[in-house]
Ligand binder design. Structure first.
Ligand code: NAD
Length: 350
């Protein structure tokens, strides 16, 4: 039997889900769409979808999955209402504004015996798949630094994303993806967070972020998302005790891994002389001591379709949820810690 999707919020992302579910997901039909804005309802109709005049109509219909793609401050209430109506829920990220809100939603999911999951779609990005492969395949040895960076230069779309009470800002927007990715790739517990949130052009919300997450095993992840940068650094930079990896951008196919074949350092080899001094430690290794290996691009590209396929299989009792409650809670906890750290200018223990 096929599944039916009801969508609440037909903006940029709600309409993206509608088109992509229709075009890419078998056994799932977009049955009903609701948006508070009449213009969006007309747009959904023009794009071939059946609409309704309230979220209640979705709850009372035969849809079995509800997608919530509204501004962030509505996520909690819609999630709980849909779960209480006996629907399975996919909520757009960030799941909620706080961990306390999220606990209410998780409780509603458990109470009603319905699936609640969050659309962490960036787990299927090709650059991320390669970054994970680098660690899984031990290509740089024991990692100590992971840099995950994203840059844009248009600042923040001037809508609810600029309003604090709506859940605007870069930390909730991009931070949540990047934190989820890092937590899911490092095989250790996050123990502390230090963050800086900038206000380059936004007064209410952050528009550039740096979040450092320290893990129990000694790995430090540096997450940077900056909405006002005109010269970019690489998307990923991973250092380990065997070498260093760089993935250039989020299309993921370019970059390099350099491994140190000779670990012992010959300090008599040379010295770099600069205008104002000299350094032996900055003298680069000769080519004979290092080796370039290709990026570990998976034979099969990651498929975003797996998100909905896994959800339907989980509803049918044939699989377990990919994006779990514990994972969503862990990344939201880091976000809360990042807000607190930035405010106090202090390291926050998790
Ligand atoms: P948007 O402003 O383009 O769309 C939001 C829509 O919700 C609008 O059509 C608006 O009319 C509607 N809306 C507002 N209040 C509502 C209410 N109370 N009830 C019903 N509809 C309501 O925003 P967006 O970019 O589509 O973002 C929506 C959600 O999707 C956010 O949570 C955002 O973080 C998330 N998002 C996720 C990704 C991703 O890649 N996973 C990308 C973009 C946005």
């Amino acid at each position: 039997m096929g599944h039916k999707l009801g969508i609440i919020g037909y903006g940029t992302m709600g309409s993206w889900h509608a088109a992509n579910v229709r075009d890419r997901i078998s056994d799932l039909d977009v049955a009903l769409v609701y948006d508070i804005n009449e213009e969006k309802i007309k747009k959904a109709q023009a794009e071939g979808f059946t609409t309704c005049g309230s979220a209640q109509e979705i709850y009372e219909s035969d849809v079995d999955i509800v997608l919530i793609a509204t501004p962030n401050d509505f996520h909690k209430d819609y999630s709980i209402a849909a779960l209480n109506a006996g629907k399975n829920v996919v909520c757009e990220k960030p799941a909620c504004m706080t961990v306390v809100e999220l606990e209410e939603v998780i409780a509603a999911s458990k109470r009603n015996g319905k699936i609640y999951t969050v659309h962490q779609n960036r787990r299927w990005d090709i650059d991320y798949d390669i970054a994970r492969n680098i660690l899984k395949q031990n290509l740089v040895g024991k990692p100590h630094q992971i840099y995950s960076r994203l840059y844009s230069n248009r600042n923040i779309p001037g809508d609810w994303r600029t309003i604090k009470s709506s859940g605007g800002g870069f930390l909730y927007d991009w931070g949540v993806h990047m934190i989820d990715q890092v937590l899911w790739m490092v095989d250790s517990k996050p123990v502390s967070v230090y963050a800086q949130l900038h206000h380059i052009y936004q007064t209410e919300v952050d528009d550039a972020i740096r979040v450092n997450i320290n893990f129990e095993n000694g790995v430090c992840a540096h997450i940077v998302a900056d909405s006002w940068t005109f010269v970019n650094e690489s998307r990923w930079h991973i250092s380990g005790n065997d070498g260093t990896a760089r993935i250039d951008n989020w299309f993921g196919r370019t970059g390099k891994i350099i491994k140190a074949n000779v670990k012992k350092v010959d300090w008599t080899q040379g010295c770099v002389y600069t205008h104002n001094g000299l350094s032996r430690s900055m003298w680069p290794r000769p080519e004979s001591e290092v080796e370039e290996i290709p990026l570990p691009i998976s034979e099969k590209e990651p498929r975003w379709e797996e998100f909905y396929e896994n959800l339907m299989a989980t509803i049918e009792g044939k699989a377990t949820q990919i994006v779990t409650h514990d994972e969503v809670r862990a990344s939201l906890r880091v976000i809360e810690a990042a807000f607190e750290s930035a405010e106090k200018c202090a390291v926050v223990k998790l």
